[in-house]
Design a protein. Structure first.
Length: 86
C-alpha cells in the first residue's frame, strides 16, 4: 500500500551568493523567472498538487520570507534556521 505524500519542505536558507549581482541582495527565491518570484511559483505548484502541509526553511534575510508568505499564503509554515551560514 502506498501512502500519499502531503508534506513538502522548501529549503530556502542560503544566501544565493553564486548568483552574484543577479539577486539584488535578496534570497534567490525572490528572483523572478516570469511574473512571480520563484518561491511563489513553487508554492503555487505544491498547492495545485494538493499538498496540504508546506514548510519553508529560511535563514538569510528571513524577514523577507516572513512578510511575503504572510501576505500571500496563510497555509505555509516558516521555520527559521538562524545558523544558516554554518
Amino acid at each position: 500500500m502506498s501512502e500519499k505524500i502531503n508534506t513538502a519542505v522548501i529549503l530556502a536558507a542560503g544566501m544565493g551568493s553564486r548568483l552574484g549581482k543577479h539577486n539584488s541582495n535578496k534570497p534567490k527565491g525572490f528572483i523572478k523567472l516570469g511574473v512571480l518570484p520563484i518561491i511563489h511559483e513553487s508554492i503555487n505548484k505544491l498547492i495545485n498538487s494538493n499538498l496540504n502541509n508546506i514548510i519553508i526553511v529560511t535563514g538569510y534575510k528571513n524577514e523577507l520570507y516572513d512578510t511575503y508568505i504572510k501576505n500571500n499564503f496563510s497555509e505555509v509554515t516558516i521555520v527559521k534556521n538562524l545558523k544558516y551560514e554554518t
